[in-house]
Design a protein around this ligand. Structure first.
Ligand SMILES: CC(C)(COP(=O)(O)OP(=O)(O)OC[C@H]1O[C@@H](n2cnc3c(N)ncnc32)[C@H](O)[C@@H]1OP(=O)(O)O)[C@@H](O)C(=O)NCCC(=O)NCCS
Length: 148
């Protein structure tokens, strides 16, 4: 399947919230996404199947560093390489914005996400005890240095 990628706008937020709520045990709310699409210090990259949003990734920007707090591929599109493609597209955009290092946290039990991040080149840099709620769980902290 051929996907296209672009920055999200306010018009995409309802679709993003629907994917988030179907996927996450502690979902972000609408205001979190509105803030991200309207901020100079954040962006959301969306993957489109025709006009439908199939996945998204949120980045906070504090150049030269960035944080990836939320990435979700809609369930029907998982396991087809979309997570990889979404992150690869985002890395190009991040590089253009002067970012050289990306940080994230991931649940210890979230094997699909941990494998995706490792595949992209993220490395484990530490652990945060009891970082998550619902259910309570430790986080693995990871970082990626973007090559010049
Ligand atoms: C994590 C997530 C974004 C991966 O998206 P995806 O489009 O399915 O990922 P891809 O198809 O690009 O897979 C990339 C790699 O991730 C790993 N992976 C993906 N799904 C996996 C699974 N079910 N089990 C184990 N590894 C998996 C594999 O290493 C895979 O590479 P491979 O296909 O060469 O083996 C998706 O599972 C998701 O949205 N999960 C729910 C939300 C979430 O947990 N987000 C992350 C925390 S904020």
């Amino acid at each position: 399947m051929a996907f296209t990628f672009r920055y999200a706008t306010e018009a995409d937020v309802d679709a993003i919230v629907a994917i988030e709520e179907a996927s996450m045990s502690c979902p972000w709310n609408r205001d979190n996404y509105l803030e991200a699409v309207n901020s100079d210090h954040a962006f959301i990259m969306v993957a489109l199947d025709d006009d439908d949003i199939a996945g998204f990734a949120v980045f906070y920007l504090t150049p030269p560093e960035s944080e990836l707090p939320d990435i979700v591929v809609a369930e029907a599109y998982r396991g087809q390489g979309l997570g990889k493609a979404l992150l690869s597209e985002s890395l190009v955009a991040l590089k253009e914005k002067g970012i050289d290092t990306i940080y994230l946290e991931v649940r210890v039990s979230n094997t699909p996400a941990r494998n995706l991040y490792s595949y992209i080149g993220f490395e484990e840099i530490g652990k945060r005890k009891y970082f998550y709620s619902n259910p309570v769980e430790d986080a693995i902290c990871m970082s990626l240095r973007i090559e010049e």
